[in-house]
Design a protein around this ligand. Structure first.
Ligand code: AMP
Length: 401
C-alpha cells in the first residue's frame, strides 16, 4: 500500500481536498466543500469516477473536515491510510523558504504572514487546526506559494521605495504560484538529463496568472509581488498599472482606497475590459462569434502576458524552454499562439498544428522540431507536489518541535 497524504487547500468559504500518494497517479479521493459559512454549504466527493454531493450540517471548516473524516471512516474498502496532512499556504513571507512540518512556531509564523494575505492565511490556519483536532496524531506539513521565489536576489525582490519600508515592514516582492512553478521545474528536469540545468520561461495562466524565469531549477524573477495583484492582467485582477490610479479612482468614485483596491482585484482584468466574463473560455466563444469586447480583452491579456515574459527574461542569459501551464495555458491554443507571436524577437517559434491539436491534459512539445527554444504545455499538479513534500518531510523524520 502506497503512503497517502490528505492535501487541503482552505479558502475563506471553500475547502478543496485530495487524497494523493507521491506518484503521478490520480488522487484516490478528491472534492470541495463550498459556501462555508452559509446554511447552503455542501461538500462533493469524487471517488472511483463517481461524484456525490452532500449537504453539510455544520456549516464551517470544522464541518467540512469532519465530513471528510466521516467519508474515510465509512469507506474502509477505499483502503485509505493517511501518513499526514499537507496544507497549501498562500503567504510564507520571508519566514518560510521551504515546506515545514507544522508545530506551534510554524502556526505562529503563518499567522504573522497574514498581514500580506488577510483573506487566505487565517483560513489556512483554521483548516490546519481543524485537521489537527480531527485527525488525532497525524503530522501536518505547510507548503507555501511564496517559498519557491525566496531565491530571488535583493535587486529583484526590492521595490524602488525607501529602504526603511523594507527594513521596518518587509514590503517587497514575494511572488506566488510557487508550488506550480516548482512542480513544472521538476517535471522539466525529469524529461532530459540536460533540462534541469537549463533556463525556462514559465507562464502559469489561469484565473490568477503569473510568469516566472527559472534558471537551473531556481526562480530568478516572477511577476506577482507583495500580493497576487501585480504583473499580468488576470480574470478579475488588473495586474500592474500606474499606482497613482488608485488615488484617482478613489477620488473620482468617492470611495476609500480599500474599495478602489477591490475594483482592481475583483472587477478588472478580462471581466473589466470585456464586460462579459472573467472566464477565458466564455470570451473565446464570444470572440469567435465576432464580439469585439471579448477580442479586445483577449488581445490585452496575451499582450500583457508576453510583456511580462519578456521582462522576466532579462534575468536569464539564454532561454531554452517556454512553458505554458494553468487552465488557460494548458487549454487555449489561441492565447498560446498570440503570446508566442509577440515573443518572436526572443526567437520563440510555434508549431501551429501541434499547438492546435495538442490533446488536453497532456504534456506536449508545441515548437517545430529542431527549434532553438522548446515550447511546451506542461499540466501543473500542485496537489501532487504538496503530497510529495508532506510524505518526504514526514518520512525524513522532521517532527514538529
Ligand atoms: P485555473 O484558474 O487554472 O483553473 O484556470 C481557469 C481558466 O482557464 C478560466 O479562465 C477558463 O476559462 C480557462 N480555460 C479552461 N479551459 C479552457 C479552454 N478549453 N479554452 C480556453 N480557456 C480555458
Amino acid at each position: 500500500m502506497k503512503q497517502q497524504a490528505l492535501v487541503i487547500n482552505c479558502g475563506s468559504s471553500s475547502l478543496k481536498f485530495a487524497i494523493q500518494d507521491a506518484s503521478e497517479s490520480a488522487p484516490l479521493l478528491e472534492g470541495i466543500a463550498e459556501r462555508l459559512g452559509s446554511e447552503h454549504s455542501t461538500i462533493t466527493f469524487k471517488y472511483a469516477g463517481t461524484k456525490t454531493e452532500q449537504r453539510l450540517y455544520e456549516h464551517d471548516h470544522r464541518g467540512a473536515v469532519s465530513a471528510i473524516k466521516a467519508w474515510i471512516d465509512d469507506h474502509p474498502e477505499a483502503g485509505i491510510q493517511l501518513a499526514g496532512g499537507g496544507h497549501r499556504v498562500v503567504h510564507g513571507g520571508e519566514t518560510f523558504h521551504q515546506s515545514a512540518v507544522i508545530d506551534e512556531d510554524v502556526l505562529e509564523g503563518i499567522e504573522q504572514c497574514a498581514i500580506f494575505a488577510p483573506l487566505h492565511n487565517p483560513a489556512h490556519v483554521k483548516g490546519i487546526k481543524e485537521a489537527q483536532a480531527l485527525f488525532g496524531e497525524l503530522p501536518h506539513v505547510a507548503v507555501f506559494d511564496t517559498s519557491f521565489h525566496q531565491t530571488l536576489t535583493q535587486d529583484q525582490y526590492l521595490y524602488p521605495i525607501p529602504m526603511r519600508l523594507y527594513r521596518n515592514h518587509h514590503f517587497r516582492k514575494y511572488g506566488f504560484h510557487g508550488t506550480s512553478y516548482r512542480y513544472i521545474a521538476q517535471k522539466l528536469a525529469s524529461l532530459d538529463a540536460n533540462y534541469g540545468t537549463q533556463n525556462a520561461l514559465v507562464a502559469h495562466l489561469g484565473n490568477g496568472a503569473s510568469v516566472c524565469a527559472i534558471k537551473a531549477g531556481s526562480s530568478v524573477d516572477t511577476s506577482m509581488g507583495i500580493t497576487p495583484l501585480e504583473g499580468l492582467m488576470m480574470g478579475t485582477r488588473s495586474g500592474s498599472l500606474d499606482p497613482s490610479l488608485l488615488a484617482f479612482i478613489a477620488d473620482a468614485e468617492g470611495i476609500s482606497m480599500k474599495q478602489a483596491l477591490d475594483i482592481l482585484n475583483k472587477e478588472s482584468g478580462l471581466k473589466g475590459i470585456s464586460e462579459i466574463s472573467n472566464d477565458c473560455r466564455t470570451l473565446e466563444t464570444a470572440q469567435a462569434t465576432g464580439d469585439d469586447r471579448a477580442d479586445l480583452a483577449l488581445t490585452m491579456f496575451a499582450s500583457r502576458a508576453a510583456k511580462q515574459l519578456a521582462s522576466v527574461a532579462t534575468n536569464l542569459d539564454s532561454i531554452e524552454h517556454v512553458i505554458f501551464t494553468g487552465g488557460i495555458g494548458e487549454n487555449s491554443p489561441l492565447i498560446r499562439s498570440r503570446i508566442c507571436k509577440r515573443l518572436t524577437m526572443l526567437g520563440v517559434e510555434l508549431d501551429h498544428n501541434a499547438n492546435q491539436t495538442a490533446p488536453r491534459g497532456e504534456l506536449n512539445a508545441i515548437s517545430p522540431t529542431g527549434a532553438r527554444i522548446k515550447v511546451w504545455i506542461i499540466p501543473t499538479n500542485e496537489e501532487l507536489l504538496i503530497a510529495q513534500d508532506t510524505l518526504e518531510l514526514i518520512n525524513a523524520g522532521h517532527k514538529p518541535s
